[in-house]
Every structure is written in C-alpha cells, then in structure tokens.
Design a protein around this ligand. Structure first.
Ligand SMILES: NC(=O)c1ccc[n+]([C@@H]2O[C@H](COP(=O)([O-])OP(=O)(O)OC[C@H]3O[C@@H](n4cnc5c(N)ncnc54)[C@H](OP(=O)(O)O)[C@@H]3O)[C@@H](O)[C@H]2O)c1
Length: 268
C-alpha cells in the first residue's frame, strides 16, 4: 500500500486529498492520501519519515523549509529554492517543485506567449518566473514592496518594479502576446485588486491573457480582465496539473487522460 499526504498550516481546506484519492482509485492503486497539519516547518523531513510516507505534497508556509531539509533536490526546484513534493527513494527524501510546470501546462491553451508580467514576488511567483524563463519568455515582476523580495528575480534576469516605479515610466510597452499573472493574495479573502486600478488597466490594455493563481472564484483581478476583453482563467488547472505531476513522481508512471479528468471533477 502506498502512503501519501499533504503538509501545511492550515491544511484543512486542501482539495489535494480528494483529488489524489480519486486518482488512486481510478488507477486501481492500493493507497491513501491524507492531510497533516504541520506547525514547525523545520520538522518536515522528520515528520515525513516518522509517518512512513512514500510521497507528500507541501503547501503554505513550508515550501522553503521543505527545500532546506530534503536530502536531494531535483529539476527546476534547484533554481526556485522551494519545493512542493517529497518522494522517498531508497531511504532518502528527494524533493521536487511541480508548481511552475503545472502553471505552464495550465496556460498551454493560450498558445504562443512572449511576455509575462507577474504581480507579486512570493513563493508562487518564484516557481512561475523560473518556469517561464526556462521557456524563453520575457518576465517582468511587479511587487508592492522591493526590499528582500526582488533580488531573486533580478538575478534570474527579470525586469522588476514597484507599482510606483512603473507608473513613473513614460511608456509601458508590451506586445500583444503578453500574459498578466496575479500571484498575490489580493482577492483571496478580500475584494482587493493587486494594484491601483488605473495602472492595472494600462497594463491590461497591452495584454492578451490574464491568469489568477487563486481558484474557485472570480477575483476583482479576473473581473477586470474580463471587462478589458482579455482571455482569462483562474488557478484551478494549475492546482490540477501540479497534482498530476506530483502523482507521476509518487507512482513513477504517466497518468492517463481519464484519470486527469477524474481529478479535475474533484476541483469543480
Ligand atoms: N493554483 C495553485 O495551484 C496555487 C499554488 C500556489 C499558490 N497559489 C495562490 O497564490 C497566491 C500566493 O501564494 P504564495 O505562496 O506565493 O504567497 P506569498 O509567498 O505569501 O506571497 C504573496 C505575495 O503577494 C503580495 N501581496 C499580498 N497581499 C497583497 C495585496 N493586498 N496587494 C498587493 N500585493 C499583495 C505580497 O507582497 P509583499 O512582498 O509586499 O508582502 C507577496 O509578493 C495565494 O493566493 C495562493 O493561494 C495557488
């Protein structure tokens, strides 16, 4: 029997157990995916091992602690500095990040994208920026604060601004194949836009696509994108595909479309 789970704080709201258990069932795999409230992120590897898990996902706020505590980091996670997936391999804890590639799969339907403007500079922004840069897409970061937040992105080769710096530029010149991505928590539990409306409108005027990492609701950001005529979507498919990629790592086999559809149904 395969034993899986998700660590977070809070974790009660997580839809991953529903999604992953339905996938295990659809694949005929004997296993269970549970949720674990973890208060102290520095204990993540010890908890993972003492629970005798074969694999786990890691959510807010433990992704950086999970990175620091793993025995080995593989793939894009090495550049991101945060992980959302642990896999046990020969008594070692191997860590991966599937958020960035999950995002790339979620935006495939938008077609060719040349520029990305990411609002926010937290852990999710890092994963998405690294994945976009790896795909040779120009990335601009806009975050309400600069200190301690933007250095990572500057080193990655992104243009970085605060909203004030951006509004003082004489022209904001982006091409039509531009996507604007909200990775801030604005709109999650409030009705806020991630930045001043007029500035966001001027960015959206030159963009074709909008993506909000928040899922399950039309945030003020997505409502504005709709009003401005952009093609838009919420973060549901990012959640789905990061889960599909994590499951492939857990069970070491590709997930068929029928199972992905089953997982998708759990998020509706
Ligand atoms: N769909 C998915 O699969 C998926 C996966 C991961 C995360 N998410 C979502 O992505 C969002 C961000 O998660 P995270 O882990 O990256 O968070 P985080 O590390 O805490 O970063 C949050 C960012 O949002 C900014 N911010 C917060 N409130 C704001 C506001 N009212 N106005 C403007 N900026 C604001 C912060 O700016 P400062 O630096 O100035 O504080 C920071 O840059 C959350 O809503 C989360 O639910 C979705």
């Amino acid at each position: 029997m395969i034993k899986l789970g998700i660590f977070g704080n809070p974790v009660e709201h997580s839809k991953s157990p529903l999604m992953q258990n339905s996938a295990l069932q659809s694949l005929g795999i004997d296993g269970f995916y549970d949720k674990y409230l973890l208060l102290d992120g520095s204990q993540i590897k010890n908890e993972f091992l003492s629970l005798r898990l074969d694999g786990a996902n890691i959510t807010v706020p433990h992704k950086e602690d999970a990175y620091k505590n793993a025995d080995e980091i593989r793939g894009i996670a090495q550049k991101i500095g945060a992980v959302n997936t642990y896999v046990k391999e020969n008594d070692k804890v191997i860590a991966y990040n599937t958020d960035g590639l999950g995002f790339m799969m979620a935006i495939e339907e938008f077609g060719n994208i040349q520029n990305a403007i990411i609002l926010g500079a937290g852990g999710t922004a890092k994963a998405i920026a690294v994945a976009l840069k790896d795909a040779n897409i120009e990335v601009t970061i806009i975050n309400r604060s600069r200190k301690g937040r933007l250095e990572f992105f500057e080193e990655l080769g992104c243009k970085c601004y605060t909203p004030e710096e951006l509004s003082s530029l004489s022209t904001i010149n982006y091409q039509l194949s531009t996507i604007i991505i909200n990775t801030t928590s604005a709109g999650l539990k409030d009705d806020l836009l991630p930045m001043q409306k007029e500035l966001l409108q001027s960015l959206m005027k030159n963009a074709s696509f909008a993506f909000d990492c928040i899922y399950g609701k039309t945030t003020p950001f997505l409502a504005l994108a709709k009003e401005m005529g952009l093609q838009y979507k919420d973060g549901k498919d990012m959640l789905l595909f990061q889960g599909v990629l994590a499951l492939e790592l857990f069970i070491k086999q590709p997930i068929p479309t029928s199972t992905i559809e089953q997982m998708d149904k759990c998020l509706k």
